[in-house]
Ligand binder design. Structure first.
Ligand SMILES: C[S@@+](CC[C@H](N)C(=O)[O-])C[C@H]1O[C@@H](n2cnc3c(N)ncnc32)[C@H](O)[C@@H]1O
Length: 273
């Protein structure tokens, strides 16, 4: 009975995603004020700074980085592509995988220009902003594939998608809480993706705090599990991760632009036990 309820919840979430509109989602979340590189308190520069720091502390290393629930976005692997020789992008929806493929193939038709993001990450790395073309080339070179994922499956990727040892690092941004019907499903999904990671490998997790919905397109209201910091920490522990660091960003009033009811963002660096 309980199992049936969980299955229904997951199926209802999948149905909500059928209306997801990559171009609208990018417009809502990856243009100013949320992506304003002139402002220190803008949300995207905060996320990029967290990722830059996590990838350059020296403890995160290996061959393969997997991004869980990439959506139509690339910012989350712009630091990691300098550390890992192979990056695997993943998403549940073909429309998002197509958006990523358009950027990868570099033949135009992308819904967002990632140049300012690449320039900003170059600056964080102490390079001149004009080095962004080299970073774009590097990113295109290391992305090995863009594949289907379902974090609600105990085996979220196709069996042959990863080497048997697993990934050395996972990054995942705003995915698990916005695809899960409740906290129990969020915790289970954390466990499922952990099976893709080698023991001792790192998880870099970014997510929404206190969010109950977001718009994935005009009129496409997607429910979200409202999380607090204590719940994130407890779920990580239950799913076999050791927390290294948790950082929190509180949204300034003018960053609350009516496309969701998020109140904050968490960044977690953790290690699989
Ligand atoms: C809020 S978006 C996050 C996108 C991107 N990572 C970002 O930082 O903006 C959530 C993503 O989860 C994907 N998704 C939906 N259901 C999923 C599932 N069952 N397993 C994995 N990803 C899923 C959606 O297609 C969407 O791209």
């Amino acid at each position: 009975m309980e199992e049936k309820g969980a299955e229904n919840g997951v199926a209802a979430m999948a149905a909500c995603y059928q209306g997801f509109d990559p171009a609208a989602y990018l417009q809502y979340n990856y243009t100013p004020p949320r992506a304003d590189f002139e402002r220190k308190d803008s949300i995207v520069p905060w996320k990029l700074a967290c990722l830059h720091k996590a990838f350059t502390e020296g403890d995160v290393s290996g061959e393969l980085l997997v991004d869980i629930g990439s959506g139509p976005t690339l910012y989350q692997v712009m630091s990691g592509c300098e550390v890992f020789n192979k990056v695997l992008l993943t998403d549940f929806l073909e429309v998002n995988r197509q958006e990523l493929r358009r950027w990868l193939q570099d033949e135009g038709g992308c819904s967002l220009d990632w140049t300012p993001f690449l320039q900003h990450v170059c600056k964080l790395e102490g390079r001149r902003p004009s080095a962004w073309t080299e970073k774009a080339a590097k990113l295109r070179q290391v992305i090995m594939d863009i594949v289907t994922i379902d974090v609600h499956c105990p085996q979220p990727l196709a069996l042959d998608a990863l080497p048997s040892a697993g990934a050395d690092c996972l990054v995942s941004c705003f995915c698990l809480e916005s695809v899960s019907p409740d906290l129990a499903a969020f915790t289970r999904a954390l466990g499922h993706i952990g099976r893709l990671l080698r023991p001792g490998g790192h998880l870099l997790l970014i997510g929404a705090l206190g969010e109950s919905y977001y718009f994935g397109g005009p009129g496409v209201k997607i429910p979200v599990v409202p999380l607090n910091e204590a719940q994130v920490c407890a779920s990580l522990k239950e799913s076999g991760y050791t927390l290294i660091r948790l950082e929190v960003y509180t949204l300034p009033q003018d960053m609350r632009v009516g496309v969701d009811d998020v109140s904050g963002v968490f960044f977690v660096k953790a290690m699989k036990e």
